[in-house]
Design a protein around this ligand. Structure first.
Ligand code: TXA
Ligand code: MG
Length: 338
């Protein structure tokens, strides 16, 4: 299949047409690039799973161009859900609600609920509007790889497998949306993101955080967010998180570099570039920058043929919870606390 690379200002109508014709278009959002298809089409949704190599029980998020369109796809919207939607949509948040019958089972992986997101990115919204239907979209990476935060990443993973990609530059946030399950009596955060626990707590004081956010899910347990049971964000390199105070982290990583002198080692650093004999990439000075740079850095280490990555990490407050969640997954939960 030939994959068109579309311009984000002139080619949106072309992208909309492809969706209406049952095709696949990757598009930029403020979080990560999505791989979109008509959310009303069973066959189009199945094409997404095939292109990504994604297990069919892992549901897709349905994207709308305006929060008011939520009622086209969801039912039984509680007052708490309305509060969250009014406050944070459009933005980097997905709400889980009961689905309407117009959304096929293939989109929701057989669940009776649907994840709904209205992106803030104007290109994303113009594209969904041009499609004329809600757009079902997971992140536009090959299943298991880090999510794409630029059109380049999408092209690396998806060239020849999808109809088109809209090049809208780098994603500003860089990590996927916060997911909140609004179907339970007490809302639960299933995946942390740029809309933080503290921000949500301001409008829903009793909101909970799902315990699986920093744990691995046991084989015999059904996670609330099906995607969390799969291997995620796995670069080819073996990743270790080194967590603690700055000085101790630096001493530990220096030791580890010496111990692994025979390997091609990379360091994702936050503080200063103090390491010899390693390829260093900067994660940024705070968690907002870390979020923005993480997936790109993981892909870059692979491109450079790095075998072993040590990632500095210290602060899991606020936005840090989302960074920590993705880092731990990328590392397969190999964390050294110092
Ligand atoms: O920022 C984002 O959310 C990006 C952009 C493209 O919008 N999308 C994204 O999609 O990250 P994806 O498919 O990579 O991750 C969606 C996650 C999966 O872990 C999936 O299991 C969960 O959302 N999910 C989707 N629908 C759900 C539902 N009805 N109930 C529980 N979890 C759901
Ligand atoms: Mg994904």
């Amino acid at each position: 299949m030939k994959t068109l690379i579309l311009n984000d200002s002139t080619d949106i109508p072309v992208a909309g047409r492809i969706i209406r014709d049952g095709g696949l278009v990757a598009f930029p959002t403020e979080t990560v690039y999505g791989l979109g298809a008509s959310a009303y089409s069973d066959t189009a949704a199945k094409k997404i799973y095939a292109a990504k190599g994604r297990p069919s029980d892992n549901p897709l998020i349905v994207h709308i161009c305006d929060a008011a369109k939520l009622c086209d796809v969801a039912r039984d919207v509680s007052d708490a859900a309305k509060t969250v939607i009014d406050r944070f949509m459009p933005g980097p948040i997905t709400v889980i609600l009961k689905k309407k019958a117009c959304i096929p089972d293939s989109v929701t992986g057989g669940l009776g609920t649907v994840g709904i997101r209205c992106p803030e990115n104007p290109v994303a919204r113009e594209f969904i509007r041009a499609a004329g239907v809600p757009v079902a979209a997971p992140s536009a990476n090959i299943s298991g790889k880090p999510s794409p935060t630029s059109a380049r990443h999408v092209i690396d993973d998806m060239m020849g497998k999808i109809d088109a990609v809209i090049d809208g530059g780098d994603c500003t946030v860089g990590l996927e949306s916060t997911i909140v399950d609004m179907t339970a009596d007490i809302p639960v955060i299933l995946r942390p993101g740029a809309v933080t626990y503290d921000m949500l707590k301001e409008v829903i004081p009793d909101i909970l955080i799902d315990k699986n956010i920093l744990d691995t899910v046991a084989d015999n347990e059904a996670p609330k967010c099906p995607g969390t049971k799969y291997k995620h964000y796995s670069p080819d390199a073996d990743v270790f998180v080194i967590e603690g105070e700055k000085e101790k982290v630096q001493v530990k990583i220096k030791e580890l570099i010496k111990e692994n002198a025979a390997k091609r080692v990379g360091v994702l650093f936050m503080y200063d570039a103090v390491y010899d004999d390693a390829v260093m990439l900067c994660a940024g000075r705070d968690n907002k920058e870390y979020a923005h740079n993480l997936f790109n850095a993981l892909r870059e280490f692979d491109r450079l043929g790095i075998e072993l990555v040590f990632a500095e990490f210290s602060d899991d407050t606020g936005y840090g919870l989302a960074v920590k969640n993705r880092l731990y997954k990328a590392a397969g939960h190999k964390v050294i606390y110092v």
